[in-house]
Design a protein around this ligand. Structure first.
Ligand code: NAP
Ligand code: MN
Length: 265
């Protein structure tokens, strides 16, 4: 199905994981794949672990749009892992027999204080790091939409909609809709402060600007998927859908909605 042959394995470097991954590496070599030791040479990246490992694999390999990503779970199937470590033969056969499809997932491009953008597959979150609320001006394109006061906000991708976003009653979004969902973390709503109060979804050409109102509580925690950005002063956070999408290898028989059903219903 694919002419890509250079495989890079991404996993937590522990003896236990080495033991788990070694048979998989051997099997791949037997089937004609080349194992490469640097991401630069790779055109397939195999993440072994859970969804968290998959998120890390993308971050550590730079969200490459010229790579195909494959998620292999060491436990049960997850949202980004279409294979488990126990169906290795099936995985190789599936690759050969075209029981697979490549899915393109939208990712967020986030730029803090106009610096070099970073990417997020699940979400970008911004949270107060002290017990007091903090204030954010929410600007859609150039339009000042609302002023938020509370714990923080989450901006999620469609595939991230089943993660943090779902815990705050955001909607689950079909990943075939390129969009980003904005949801609130404990907004204060009274006669002085008013926010929309419900999550909202922005289309692919919108830009969201979150301006942290500097009132002494100006060191929010900014999360990019499962990593906190080490930034002391975040003033402006600009978020849009990235031009790039990442390519993930999927089983045809494991659609997004099947995953949602399997995990939540
Ligand atoms: P974690 O706190 O260890 O686990 C969060 C859980 O979410 C894990 O079960 C993880 O699966 C799962 N998960 C990750 N991406 C998902 C997705 N797109 N859809 C459904 N479930 C998903 O952190 P982590 O494993 O490093 O994952 C980071 C993610 O955790 C963040 O991107 C954020 O979305 C989420 N998170 C959620 C909350 C909350 O719900 N209150 C708070 C903070 C962060 P695995 O076990 O396979 O890794
Ligand atoms: Mn986890």
């Amino acid at each position: 199905m694919i002419s890509r042959k250079n495989l890079y394995f991404f996993f937590k470097q522990t003896p236990e994981m080495q033991d788990i991954v070694t048979p998989l590496k051997n099997l791949a070599e037997v089937h004609g794949f080349h194992l490469v030791h640097s991401i630069k040479e790779a055109n397939i990246v195999v993440s072994v672990g859970g969804d968290n490992a998959f998120l890390q694999a993308l971050r550590k390999t730079g969200f490459r749009e010229d790579c195909l990503y494959i998620g292999v779970n060491t436990d049960q199937l997850g949202f980004y892992t279409d294979f488990t470590i126990n169906d290795q033969e099936r995985m190789i056969q599936a690759m050969k027999n075209e029981e697979l499809e490549v899915r393109r997932y939208p990712v967020l491009e986030v730029s803090v204080n106009n610096e070099k953008p970073i990417f997020c597959l699940n979400e970008c979150s911004i949270r107060s790091n002290v017990i007091k609320t903090f204030v954010i001006d929410v600007v859609i394109d150039d339009f000042a939409f609302e002023t938020f006061r509370g714990d923080g906000m989450i901006v999620s991708t469609p595939t991230g909609s089943t993660a943090y976003n779902k815990s705050v009653r955001g909607a689950v979004i079909d990943p075939t809709l390129p969009s980003m969902q904005v949801s609130e973390l404990a907004s204060l709503n009274n006669n002085q402060y008013r926010t929309l109060g419900s999550p909202f979804v922005l289309g692919p050409d919108r830009t969201l600007l979150l301006k942290v109102v500097q009132d002494g509580n100006d060191h929010p925690i900014i999360g990019a998927d499962n990593e906190a950005l080490s930034l002391r002063h975040a003033k402006n956070i600009r978020i849009k859908l990235a031009d790039r999408q990442i390519k993930v290898l999927k089983l045809k028989t494991n659609s997004f909605w099947q995953k949602v059903q399997r995990n939540f219903l």
